[in-house]
Design a protein around this ligand. Structure first.
Ligand SMILES: Nc1ncnc2c1ncn2[C@@H]1O[C@H](COP(=O)(O)OP(=O)(O)OP(=O)(O)O)[C@@H](O)[C@H]1O
Length: 286
């Protein structure tokens, strides 16, 4: 078993820009440029950079929602860069992405029982109605939501509860690798803290490996083991979070750190904080 769960080698992504060259060939615009990343098994790697630096594009490449235009991605020793959807299928259960807007992954017309178990059904692992409700209740419990929420619709949840449901949906197939893209960005500070605590708890409980995308260095600092700094589609610095914050090497990292006021908290402060509210506190989980 490799210590590195996911590795990229000179990973690149370019898309055809609108203008064409003299000879009619589309001009390609690079969004991700020769990225070498290694994500250790069980680690939380923060991916940070300003708007437009390519964070979401890189995240979508890592879970193979996008196909790279150059370089490679190895997941658990398997080269996945150009696998077809059919060949990717067994791995899809292990690799999941959670989005900033949980609305995009929660169908407004379906109760949570159905949405949370949809993927289990697609993979032929659901054994009828009773199993659906039991599995959905188990997933809700896992993310600190009341099990009675199986009958609720997304609009009946608060923003924080919706994000918890989005996380539950991503966990349905028991993945071991998650890319979380700005998942606390739209939430108030206290709800953000609750979701970060939940993620930290789930990571320990389920042995997850996480790539956590954020533009917010203070969030990265409390959650992540390692951080990679992205600028213009390139990783300019990557290392343990403590080292990057105390001894940033790249001028851009220093600028980012100087520009963002950090709260008065230390790395690891979440470790000493009660992790979540009791699931049966009806409707109260943030
Ligand atoms: N297929 C595409 N067609 C056109 N432009 C694209 C495409 N893919 C990415 N881009 C552009 O690539 C750049 C990087 O986008 P991306 O969303 O990955 O950045 P980001 O760092 O996640 O930004 P933000 O923090 O604002 O979400 C942007 O300028 C975006 O408009």
């Amino acid at each position: 078993m490799s210590e590195i769960l996911l590795r990229t080698g000179q990973l690149g992504f370019a898309y055809p820009a609108r203008s064409t060259s003299l000879f009619g060939k589309p001009v390609m615009r690079d969004v991700i440029k020769s990225v070498d990343l290694a994500v250790p098994r069980g680690a939380v790697l923060g991916l940070v950079g300003e708007s437009g630096s390519g964070k979401t594009t890189l995240g979508r490449l890592l879970v193979r929602l996008l196909e790279p235009t150059s370089g490679g991605i190895q997941f658990d020793g398997v080269e996945i860069s150009h696998l077809s959807e059919v060949a990717l299928r067994p791995l899809r259960a292990r690799i999941q992405m959670i989005f900033q807007d949980p609305q995009s992954s929660l169908n407004p017309r379906l109760p949570l029982a159905v949405t949370l178990t949809r993927q289990i059904e697609v993979y032929g692992r659901l054994k009828g109605r009773r199993d659906r409700r039991d599995r959905a209740a188990g997933l809700l419990d896992l993310v600190g939501l009341p099990t009675a929420f199986v009958d609720r619709y997304p609009h009946e949840l608060s923003g924080g509860q919706r994000q918890r449901a989005g996380i539950a949906r991503a966990l349905a197939l028991q993945p071991d690798f998650i890319v979380a893209d700005e998942i606390v960005s739209g939430l108030d500070v206290s709800t953000q803290a609750h979701i970060l605590m939940l993620l930290k708890e789930l990571r320990a409980k389920l042995g997850l490996t996480v790539v956590f995308i954020s533009h917010d260095l203070s969030v990265i600092r409390v959650l992540c083991d390692e951080v990679a700094i992205l600028k213009g589609g390139e990783v300019v610095e990557h290392g343990p979070v403590g080292r990057i914050f105390s001894q940033p090497q790249h001028i851009y990292t220093r600028q980012l750190l100087a520009a963002i006021p950090l709260p008065d908290v230390e790395p690891g402060w979440l470790d000493d904080t009660p992790l979540r509210q009791h699931p049966h506190q009806q409707g109260s989980a943030a």
